[in-house]
Design a protein. Sequence first.
Length: 373
Amino acid sequence: VVSALGKNEAERKFESLLSHLSYPPSFTTVRVNTHLASVQHVKNLLFHELQKIFRISYLFLLLDLGKCKKGAKEFDGTKVFLGNGVSELSRKEIFGGLPELKGIGIRMTEPVYLSPSFDNLLPGYNLPSAVVTHVLDPQPGEKILDLCAAPGGKTTHIAALMHDQGEIIALDKIANKVEKIKQNALLLGLNSIRAFCFDGTKALKFNMDTEGEPPFLPESFDRILLDAPCSGMGQRPNMTCAWTLKEVTSYQPLQRKLFTVAVQLLKPGGMLVYSTCTVTLAENEEQVAWALTTFPCLQLQSQKPHIGGEGMMGAGLSSKQLKQLQRFDPSVVPLQDTDIDSLRDARTEDMIWLANKDCIGFFIAKFVKCKNT
């Protein structure tokens, strides 16, 4: 990166990225399973839950999770900082309790982030959405492999895009995660998913067929998603983890083993999508450069939709190849104080742009396997 951008620019980019990764994204995207409920119904449910969060959580978390007593100068127990706000209740109302929970306890003026977590809020209705499954572009009737599938969000999204018509093989080597995939499929009423507890690096065999169970013969799948195990350095906020250099660099060899298996399992003319939720050059653009050199049968493809930016310089890829990649880099959005009032008046187009950019760090590459190999 230093060679490609120069020392000063590389250091500036690194510091900017580090700052952004220390804060959570401002927005949360929810994908609704319209077979179970309408979008409007889920909106109403979320609005109801958010009202409770704003009325209860913001007040009591700021007050030491309800352990604050009148006259106290110190707070014991767990504390969660959610931001700064203005009290909408009198001191008597706060310390006297809120039996009817009328109104908002504290109006947030400077929240740490705009949207609270929706994890486990409405588990029967929504799952995180993923651009990567749209890039894979699964078609009804195809046989698709999700090589590192847990916990199943992308797997179930693939099934939904295929209208649950076809076969999706989901592999993960951790048993309880595989059970989570099965639970998600059952919850969403999807019948096309078959999940197996199996090591993806051993998913290829060259002798007799195993009747639909792993390992599989070469050229068994129309499309393959390799959402590879990675250092996860694009997650936000995630900079408190004490990674060692050895841990961070350990993922590249594993990713290459999985990639090699995926190429062999893919049919000629099939699509392979490689993705990570990290920002390192070694796990992203360097892997693309390695794959194109190692497997002449692969050709890099343009992606649709293309919401993120182009790839990062430094791995020897051409300008055209970098434009075919999709890198979600949260540092492209300037860090600034949150102004709720200005966001309320913002245009829808500007809000969509901001939501698409102020996200986790993520990377996507799409390949086609040539038919004449």
